[in-house]
Design a protein around this ligand. Structure first.
Ligand SMILES: [Zn+2]
Length: 331
């Protein structure tokens, strides 16, 4: 049955392509995808509750994007400073160490530019769930960024100090409000140079795919002129869709399910399935939701600095991510 369904979908696609031609087909699919996004509901709640420690979260973002951390380049002094600072924060919050050397999981990348970097490490901690029989919920955010290049600091405030500061805020919250599922907090390294940090979680068997219920990846949360946040992943795992639709009803930002469809369905609308660390989890057959904003003019520029984030939007986005975790923890 599935085979015939696929066959008939393929026939329709080929028929339409034959009729219009590929470029026209892609244009039409782009239009349809834009319509699908536009048809999703606008926010219904005027504001988010204040459950996270916002002043602390903002201070953490500023710290991660500061001169002292010099853009957190893997193998650079700034990257090492960020790593040590994160270990201190995990300790202060009271997470259970989940690395190979306390909170740290040092590793050596094997290929590409990443292979030249010394001192790469993930920083990993967990909070035990009240029901040990349940699988893990994993929260990831890469702490590395582009570091110093030709004397210039690439601060990476949005990319991805914002995701890491949100991860810390969530860890603080769940330390006070114990979850049912065990929560894993992974501040991963090397996203910008081949996602080695995430790869090593599986290669060194710190995570077994069958233990994980879902991963939530946070990468770029703190600014968007249209106040849109994307939740990526439901296309690959339709069971996530009703939960994310429920989340749309609970969020004060425009939460859109999208950027997860292949070209033949979404035309020129970019597919972010391979865009960040969730890609590695997806390759291991793990369901994922990636939360992130569209690229902006300061993306991967030295001007991605703390003063350019939108604090109000970032706070609302972070509370939305918390709501998503509460929904997934409850199911
Ligand atoms: Zn990023």
């Amino acid at each position: 049955m599935r085979f015939f369904l696929k066959l008939s979908v393929a026939t329709v696609v080929l028929g339409v392509v034959g009729w219009f031609g590929w470029p026209q087909y892609l244009q039409r699919m782009t239009q349809l995808e834009q319509q699908r996004l536009a048809a999703q509901p606008a926010p219904v709640v005027p504001q988010m509750p204040e459950r996270l420690d916002w002043p602390q979260q903002l201070a953490d973002l500023q710290q991660l994007a500061s001169e002292a951390m010099a853009g957190r380049g893997t193998g650079q002094p700034g990257g090492l400073a960020a790593q040590h600072w994160l270990v201190q924060q995990f300790e202060k919050i009271g997470l259970i160490p989940a690395g190979t050397e306390g909170y740290r999981q040092p590793y050596q990348a094997r290929s590409g530019k990443a292979a030249d970097h010394q001192g790469a490490a993930n920083v990993l901690g967990k909070i035990a769930g009240t029901d040990p029989a349940l699988p893990l919920l994993v929260i990831t955010a890469h702490y590395d960024h582009l570091g110093v290049q030709e004397g210039q600091i690439y601060h990476g405030a949005d990319d991805n100090a914002s995701g890491v500061a949100a991860l810390l805020a969530l860890a603080r919250y769940f330390k006070q409000h114990p979850p049912r599922h065990t929560l894993w907090f992974a501040a991963v390294d090397h996203e910008e140079k081949g996602m080695w940090g995430s790869k090593m979680l599986f290669e060194q068997q710190l995570l077994q795919p069958e233990q994980v219920k879902l991963t939530i990846n946070l990468d770029m949360l703190s600014r968007d002129t249209a106040r849109q946040l994307f939740a990526v992943g439901a296309y690959h795992q339709p069971r996530l869709e009703p939960v994310l639709q429920q989340l749309q009803q609970q969020s004060s930002v425009r939460l859109l399910l999208g950027h997860d469809r292949p070209q033949w369905l979404a035309g020129h609308t970019p597919d972010w399935t391979t865009g960040s660390d969730h890609h590695i989890f997806h390759q291991h057959g793990i369901d994922f939701v990636y939360f992130g904003v569209p690229d902006h003019p300061d993306y991967h520029q030295p001007t991605d600095t703390s003063d350019r984030i939108d604090p109000q939007f970032y706070r609302e986005v972070s509370e939305t991510v918390l709501s998503s975790l509460l929904l997934f923890d409850a199911e």
